[in-house]
Design a protein around this ligand. Structure first.
Ligand code: PGA
Length: 250
């Protein structure tokens, strides 16, 4: 069943004490009766403590990345087994910062997706066009290709573990948001693309989140669109008040 999800991507922010403090605020402030699934993605070193702290709450914990190999000589990397061994069952893959700054290709991201699924993890798969793509009217092509290259080798049943996060790169951390109409237009296109390849059941069940400068004052309008099932929140996830307001907006 399609779920409403609000996920906070904390990126490289918050040390151990700050993580604990923000989580305590979220535990206190997120209304128990919210029908959205709430997920937070602190940094690797704070994942185990976050899982512990959130044990008796409905708030889930996600990693922001992981390596595709099972183990090996990959200095500085973290495996799926390491994540699941501390209770992390979700991972964000393909974030535009991983693609742009760390040169992750569609093929690499596809192999990370495979590894995550082999470990029964849920994948929040990020993709989205750059400003130049939108300006040259190439944004639908780019998005379709990222989807195909990252996920279309999967079987229909694998999609139970996939959450899509459409994040136009020009809207990430820029304060510029896609209009609710632009988000809806792209989310509808994404759902249709999935429908053509995997059928209606998969397309109707997959949650498609919007990400890119979602704030308390624009969340409600974006979330009101029929094909927008929630958000992946960066900057506004770092302040309890803002993140809770976004969770409430859904
Ligand atoms: P932003 O980040 O909300 O700060 O634009 C979103 C993201 O990178 O996932």
């Amino acid at each position: 069943m399609r779920k409403k999800i609000v996920a906070g991507n904390w990126k490289m922010h918050k040390n151990a004490a700050q993580t604990e403090e923000l989580l305590n605020e979220l535990i206190a402030k997120i209304p128990a009766e919210t029908d959205a699934q709430v997920i937070v993605a602190p940094t690797f070193v704070n994942l185990a403590s976050a899982v512990n702290q959130l044990k008796s709450t409905a708030i889930g914990v996600s990693a922001q990345n992981m390596h595709q190999a099972e183990s090996g000589a990959y200095t500085g990397e973290i495996s799926a087994d390491m994540l699941t061994s501390v209770g992390v069952k979700t991972v964000i893959l393909g974030h535009s910062e991983r693609r742009a700054i760390f040169h992750e290709t569609d093929a690499l991201i596809a192999s990370k997706v495979d590894t995550a699924l082999q470990h029964d993890m849920t994948v929040i798969f990020c993709f989205g066009e750059e400003l130049k793509d939108r300006q040259s009217q190439n944004h639908f092509n780019i998005v379709e290709n990222q989807l195909k290259d990252g996920l279309f080798h999967l079987q229909a049943k694998d999609w139970e573990k996939i959450v899509l996060a459409y994040e136009p790169v020009w809207a990430i951390g820029t304060g510029e948001t896609a209009s609710p109409e632009q988000a809806q237009e792209m989310h509808e296109f994404i759902r249709e693309t999935v429908r053509k390849a995997f059928g209606s059941d998969v397309a109707e069940d997959v949650s498609i989140l919007y990400g890119g400068s979602v704030k308390p004052d624009n969340a409600k309008e974006i979330f009101s669109k029929p094909d927008v099932d929630g958000g992946l929140i960066g900057g506004a996830a770092l302040k309890a008040e803002d993140f809770v307001a976004i969770v409430t907006a859904i």
